[in-house]
Design a protein around this ligand. Sequence first.
Ligand code: CTP
Ligand code: MG
Length: 272
Amino acid sequence: MDSAPRNPVTAVIVVAAGSGQRLGYGMPKAKVPLGGDTILTHALRGVAAAGIAQQICVAIPPGDQELLALCDDFAQALKAEHPGTPGTGGAGQPPIVTIVDGGATRAESVRAALAALLPATEAVLVHDAARALTPEAVFHRVSHALAAGALAVIPAIPVVDTVKTVEPTTGDGAAIAPELVTGTAARETLRAVQTPQGFDLATLRRAHEAAASFDDGQAAAVTDDAMLVELLGVPVHAVRGASQSLKITTPLDLIIAEGLLEGPLGVRWVEG
Ligand code: CTP
Ligand code: MG
């Protein structure tokens, strides 16, 4: 039997439906300017440049006409660049771009996008629009692991800080400091996790179906898709991420992202 790796039919979900509270621009983060474009434009370009997707499915804030138009323009530009038939997956064929209304939480936005994938889809990468500068190499590492048989794969980087656990100080100690250290994590085993996270589609669908019945507390604790797959007991593999794949969350992150774009190397060409 032929066991050579085979590229599964792949969709990339880009979740861009968040409100960007911590960035504080008073507009959805996807629309915030970065290097003369928007955060979402950079994210979509990165996905397209990686060339791994037959479909790109973008979740945007419901009813946001500006982001709808931005995604439409992006789809038209892809078609103009690649004159082939969208979604067929051959060399030079552009991906189909699908736009869905996101939900109230990131997980709901992912679920909305999962419901809109083409029937032939076998594998899916879920990517945060907020990680607008993810290098192509990271997409490739994730999709190679899927082709090699992983059901779940995440990009991750070593943690540079020492990480401790704490609890609120009680009794007399409260006058000294608000928290008391309860332990120090073994740093060499810790990883900071990024996106795109890649999955066998059936596995991710099963994980999200299980999560749909979570109560509010459980739902709030879900910060990535791999966590849901871990709860199913499915092994999650980790490949190397990239530091320039930072999630633009606070104003400081935006300054760093601007700096990366202005830097002499040009972020897209720096190997992660
Ligand atoms: N996201 C989404 N739908 C939501 C919430 C978040 O699609 N209901 C997306 C964001 O657009 C972002 C990614 O999930 O690309 C990671 O979320 P985060 O960085 O927290 O973005 P926001 O939720 O927009 O920011 P904040 O939490 O500061 O409001
Ligand atoms: Mg958020």
